[in-house]
Design a protein around this ligand. Structure first.
Ligand SMILES: Cc1cc2nc3c(=O)[nH]c(=O)nc-3n(C[C@H](O)[C@H](O)[C@H](O)COP(=O)(O)O)c2cc1C
Length: 170
C-alpha cells in the first residue's frame, strides 16, 4: 500500500476484536515507532506494550475507550529528557512523543490491524495502576486489534478541510 492510500484508509476504528495480535506484527509496529525522528535525537519517550488480561483490566479502570481490543500501547514522554529550544524555551517532549505515536498508529494500519488514538484516559489512574509510568507525561493510548465485523469510520472521519482552506500559498 502506498503512503497516500495508507493515510487515507486509516480511520479511528472503535470496534475491534480481542484476537491476539501476532508477535511479528507487534515487532514491526514497534520498529516503525522507534524509527521516528525526535528533536536532537534525544528519544525522550517510552512505549508500554500491554497484553495480559490482568494488565488490560487495569487499563480499563483508566478509560472506557478500549473498543474490545485485547491489547493496548501507551506512549509517554519525559519532559526533562527532551530538547528545549533556547530561543523561547519550547520543550519538544510532546512533539517527539506525537511523532512516535503517529508512526505507531500508521504502522498498525500497515499490518492489517486497526486502532484509535485515544487521549481520553485518566493518566493519574493509569500511573497508579502501573508504577512504571510514574514520572512520564502520558500522551496517547492505542487499543490495537483486528477490526470487528461491521466496523466503519464515524461520520467525522469524512469531515476534512479542503487543501485550499488548510494550505495557503504565500
Ligand atoms: C490527540 C487525539 C486524541 C484522540 N482521543 C480520542 C479519544 O479519546 N476517543 C476517541 O474515540 N477518539 C479519539 N481520537 C480520534 C479522533 O476523534 C479522530 O481521529 C478524528 O475524529 C478524525 O477521525 P478519523 O481518525 O476516523 O479520521 C483522538 C485523536 C487524536 C489525534
Amino acid at each position: 500500500m502506498d503512503f497516500l492510500t495508507l493515510a487515507k484508509e486509516r480511520y479511528s476504528c472503535r470496534k475491534l476484536t480481542d484476537k491476539p495480535v501476532e508477535p511479528e506484527k507487534i515487532e514491526r509496529i514497534l520498529q516503525a515507532a522507534i524509527a521516528a525522528p525526535t528533536a536532537k535525537n534525544l528519544q525522550p519517550y517510552k512505549i508500554w506494550k500491554i497484553t495480559s488480561a490482568e494488565s488490560m483490566a487495569k487499563v480499563k479502570k483508566a478509560t472506557n475507550f478500549t473498543f474490545g481490543a485485547g491489547m493496548v500501547f501507551v506512549v509517554g514522554v519525559l519532559k526533562n529528557k527532551a530538547f528545549v529550544r533556547p530561543f523561547d524555551g519550547l520543550n519538544y517532549a510532546d512533539i517527539d512523543g506525537a511523532i512516535v505515536a503517529t508512526h505507531l498508529m500508521l504502522a498498525v494500519k500497515a499490518e492489517g490491524l486497526d486502532t484509535t488514538w485515544v487521549g481520553m484516559f485518566d493518566a493519574f489512574k493509569l500511573q497508579s495502576e502501573f508504577n512504571e509510568m510514574q514520572g512520564y507525561e502520558l500522551i496517547a493510548l492505542f487499543p490495537v486489534g483486528y477490526a470487528a465485523e461491521g466496523a466503519t469510520p464515524a461520520s467525522r472521519h469524512f469531515e476534512r478541510r479542503a487543501i485550499s482552506d488548510a494550505v495557503e500559498e504565500i
